[in-house]
Design a protein around this ligand. Structure first.
Ligand code: GDP
Length: 301
């Protein structure tokens, strides 16, 4: 996967440095590795798990050379990452027997939520799908306008009611309109007021319920957008959101601008939620479907 140059150099260079002048994995190497993982934002819990697994291998095989360490690390990181359902969403063959496929997008302001919705619209459209957007962030000034710009860029229809409207009403309208027009995919934006969890929980709950009334099983996906460059802050947001709504997938943005892409590994493992997309730039095509093998290859090549 491209766009991960910074993450790769941050990660691999630091690991290589811990191994300079070492021919075998000992306590000192493991201590250094632990520090590299923590400073790459893998997260304490996941770091300790990785170290524990390597210690186990060292204990079992007695002698592990430092050149083998990279392979072991690669295997363990692959194992910790959750694989997306095969064939989905990579080929965009979402189950359309029950159209539209509804994706509710959540996340706090500034993480790249609007941009990600724009990029996803483009991606689905390029895959030949008929896409409709719902401007459900009626709280933040400018959110609807910004989404409108992205909808025009992607060439998809936006359903809006303006600032201050009831977000559940917008969601209802969007899904109902998509259903009647035979649209394939619906993306609904939502407000991310994390400082008021009770209000957020009730708002997101209501949006979910009304969608489910129009299309059985909707929303089919609750996608949480997180800014990977904020490291442990993103981890905190992930925890907070998973407490208020059933998050089914993650989109990690701004991975092009950070050397701390370790967050991808930690967050997937700690939240038990798969990373589905990664954002690697500001342009409409700078979104990639997350692939476990591709990501690990990019880290270690
Ligand atoms: P929102 O408030 O969550 O809707 O955030 P926006 O979508 O408006 O994005 C906030 C800023 O982050 C904008 O300047 C975007 O161009 C930028 N941005 C979003 N995704 C990415 C990404 O993957 N890489 C980079 N470098 N910038 C991004």
């Amino acid at each position: 996967q491209e766009g991960l140059e910074k993450t790769r150099s941050g990660f691999l260079d630091k690991i290589s440095k811990t191994l300079v002048g070492k021919d075998k994995v000992d306590d000192e190497v493991l201590d250094d590795l632990e520090e590299v993982l923590i400073t790459s934002d893998v997260g304490v819990k996941t770091t300790l798990e990785v170290i524990r697994r390597i210690e186990e291998r060292v204990a079992r095989d007695k002698y592990v050379s430092s050149s083998e360490l990279q392979n072991i690390l690669r295997e363990e990181i692959t194992d910790l990452l959750i694989e997306n359902e095969p064939g989905r969403p990579a080929e965009f063959d979402a189950d359309l027997s029950n159209k539209p496929h509804v994706i509710m997008v959540v996340g706090v302001n500034g993480v790249g939520k609007t941009t990600t919705i724009g990029k996803l619209s483009h991606m689905y459209k390029e895959a030949g799908k008929n896409v409709m957007l719902g401007a459900g962030d009626t709280f933040r000034a400018g959110a609807v306008e910004q989404l409108k710009i992205w909808s025009e860029r992607a060439g998809v229809t936006l359903i809006q009611q303006g600032q201050g409207a009831d977000p559940a009403a917008v969601a209802f309208d969007t899904v109902a309109s998509a259903k009647s027009k035979g649209a394939d995919v619906v993306l609904v934006d939502t407000a991310g007021r994390l400082h008021n969890r009770k209000a957020l929980m009730s708002e997101l709950g209501k949006i979910k319920r009304v969608m489910g009334k129009v299309v059985e099983g909707a929303p089919h996906e609750v996608l949480l957008v997180l800014d990977a460059s904020t490291g442990q802050n993103a981890m905190q947001q992930a925890k907070a959101f998973t407490e208020v709504v059933d998050v089914t997938g993650l989109a990690l943005t701004k991975l092009d601008g950070t050397a701390k892409g370790g967050i991808v590994i930690g967050i997937s493992h700690e939240m038990s939620v798969p990373v589905k997309y990664i954002g690697v730039g500001e342009k409409i095509e700078d979104l990639q479907v997350f692939e476990r093998a591709g990501f690990v290859n990019a880290l270690f090549s």
